[in-house]
Design a binder for this molecule. Structure first.
Ligand SMILES: [Mn+2]
Length: 442
C-alpha cells in the first residue's frame, strides 16, 4: 500500500475531473468460487485499489465531489467469529481511521443507502456491465428514485464510464507508481536470471515456472501478475502456451514470459534463451533479428511517437529478416503489403502496462494512434515464431523467440524498467553459465 496521501491525491484528482455534483461508485469484485467452499485467491480490482489502497472483498467506494463528506466507504463489519475463520477485516472503524474515509458503513447497508447517495447527481461514474450483482444494486437504487419521486430527489442525469476519467489518470503513472513498477521489474529480472541458470536437459517447464514464482514471492512480490508462460522448443511458438509440462532435451530454446506483481503493479517481461546455455547458429540468427527489431523500437518510445510507429518499425525489420532467412519470398515491401509476415509475427508489438498487465487506456484518440506522453508505461515485445509444420529451411523449424521489456516514456530517452534482465546474446549465455560455476563451487 502506498502512503495515505497518494490515495487522497488520486481521489481529489478524479473528483476535480468529474466535477461537483457527480458521484463516483466502485464496488470491489465478488470472490470467485473454485469448488465447494473454496474460492480463488482474492485480488480486488485495480480501479478500486488505485483509489483506496483497500484490498478486501465486499467493499464499495462512493465519492461525492463538492459534498461535505465526499469519501464514503462500505466495508465488512468487524465480526470476531467470522474473522477467526476467514481472516481479519478493517471494519467500519478501520475505514474511518486507517483509510481516512469521511463516512463509513457496513456493506449490508449499501442497498438501503445507495439511492440517497445517488439522488440528484449530475452524473454517475460507474462501470456498467462489469459485475452483474453490482449492476442490479445500482439499477434498484436508480429505479427507486424514479418510481417514488420523493421531494426533489431524482435519479442521476447520466451514467459515465470510468474509462473517460479514472482510466485516463491510470494511463499516466505518478512517481510512486513508476517506483513500484521498477521494483516489480527488478524482481522479475532476478527470476528470469534464476531460470536461465537452472535450465538444461531433464528439467521441466513446470520446474522453471515454480522457480520463477518462488523468486517473485521470496523477494516480496504477490506472485505472477498473469499466467507464467514457459515454452520450450516447439512450445515457444505457441503465443499463450499455458500447459508448461514438457521436459527439456537441452537442445531447444526456452521462452519465458513472466512478470512479478508487486504492490498491485505488474511487470511483463519475456526472455528466450538456449537450454544448453549456448545459442546454435540458426537460433542465434533468429534471436539477433528479433533483438535488433526490439532495440530499434525502444528508441522510438518517446513523446510524440506512437505504438503504431513502434510496431511498423518492428514489422519492417522482421519482414526483411524473414526474407533473408528464407522464411518468405522477397521483396519485403510486398510481404508487408500482403501481410504474409503475420505467418511468423502475428501479434502487436506493445500494450499499456501498469496495475494490470494489459492496462487501461485507449490506444487511439480521434481515430488516430495516441501520441506517447511522459509517464506512460508500455511493453515492447517483438517476436518470431516458426512452427515445426512450416515448410521453411529445416534448421529454423521449431524456433520461437520473443523479447519483451517494460518501458517508461520520459521527457528524454526511454527508461527501460526491465533493463536488469539479461538480453544480449553474451549476457544471456553468461547468465546460463552461472549454473556451471555454482556446480563447480559445490
Ligand atoms: Mn506483454
Amino acid at each position: 500500500m502506498a502512503d495515505r496521501a497518494t490515495y487522497e491525491r488520486r481521489r481529489q484528482r478524479l473528483m476535480d475531473l468529474v466535477g461537483d455534483g457527480a458521484v463516483i461508485l466502485l464496488m470491489a469484485p465478488p470472490e470467485k468460487t473454485r469448488n465447494a467452499d473454496v474460492t480463488y485467491p482474492y485480488r480486488t480490482s485495480s480501479d478500486f485499489y488505485y483509489l483506496t489502497g483497500l484490498a478486501e472483498p465486499e467493499s464499495a467506494l462512493v465519492l461525492r465531489p463538492g459534498s461535505s463528506a465526499p469519501y464514503v466507504l462500505f466495508v465488512r463489519d468487524k465480526d470476531p467469529d467470522r474473522e477467526r475463520w476467514e481472516g481479519r477485516r478493517i471494519g467500519v472503524e478501520g475505514a474511518l481511521g486507517q483509510f481516512g474515509a469521511d463516512e463509513a458503513h457496513p456493506i449490508e447497508e449499501l442497498e438501503g443507502r445507495l439511492s440517497d447517495l445517488l439522488a440528484n447527481a449530475t452524473e454517475l461514474v460507474y462501470p456498467v456491465g462489469e459485475n452483474p450483482e453490482a449492476d442490479r444494486t445500482v439499477g434498484e437504487a436508480i429505479a427507486s428514485l424514479r418510481r417514488r419521486p420523493r421531494k426533489g430527489k431524482r435519479p442521476p442525469a447520466r451514467i459515465a464510464d470510468p474509462h473517460y476519467s479514472l482510466h485516463e489518470m491510470r494511463l499516466r503513472k505518478d512517481e510512486g507508481e513508476l517506483e513500484t513498477l521498477r521494483r516489480a521489474a527488478a524482481i522479475t529480472g532476478e527470476a528470469h536470471r534464476a531460470a536461465m541458470a537452472s535450465a538444461g536437459a531433464g528439467i521441466t517447464e513446470r520446474e522453471l515456472e515454480a522457480l520463477v514464482d518462488y523468486t517473485f514471492r521470496r523477494r516480496g512480490g504477490a506472485g505472477p501478475g498473469y499466467g507464467t508462460i514457459v515454452g520450450s522448443g516447439e512450445n515457444a511458438t505457441i503465443l499463450h502456451y499455458v500447459e508448461n509440462d514438457r521436459t527439456l532435451t537441452g537442445e531447444e530454446l526456452v521462452l519465458i514470459d513472466a512478470g512479478c506483481e508487486f504492490e498491485f503493479h505488474t511487470a511483463d517481461v519475456t526472455r528466450t534463451f538456449p537450454a544448453s546455455g549456448q545459442f546454435s547458429p540458426p537460433q542465434r540468427q533468429v534471436y539477433e533479428l528479433v533483438l535488433r527489431a526490439q532495440r530499434e523500437a525502444i528508441e522510438l518510445a518517446r513523446p510524440g511517437g506512437t505504438l503504431a510507429d513502434l510496431h511498423d518499425r518492428c514489422v519492417s525489420i522482421l519482414t526483411e529478416g524473414m526474407v533473408e532467412l528464407g522464411l518468405l519470398e522477397g521483396p519485403a515491401s510486398a510481404r508487408i503489403e500482403d501481410e504474409s509476415y503475420k505467418r511468423f509475427y502475428p501479434h502487436q508489438t506493445s500494450h499499456w502496462l501498469g496495475m494490470d498487465v494489459h492496462d487501461v487506456g485507449t490506444y487511439s484518440v480521434s481515430k488516430k494512434p495516441r501520441p506517447l506522453e511522459p509517464g506512460m508505461v508500455i511493453t515492447i515485445e517483438p517476436g518470431l515464431y516458426i512452427s515445426e509444420a512450416e515448410e521453411v529451411p529445416a534448421e529454423l523449424r521449431g524456433i520461437g523467440v520473443r523479447i519483451e521489456d517494460d518501458v517508461a516514456i520520459t521527457d528524454g530517452a526511454p527508461e527501460v524498467l526491465s533493463a536488469g534482465t539479461p538480453k544480449s546474446v553474451s549476457e544471456i549465455e553468461q547468465a546460463c553459465r552461472a549454473r556451471l560455476h555454482d556446480a563447480e563451487a559445490s
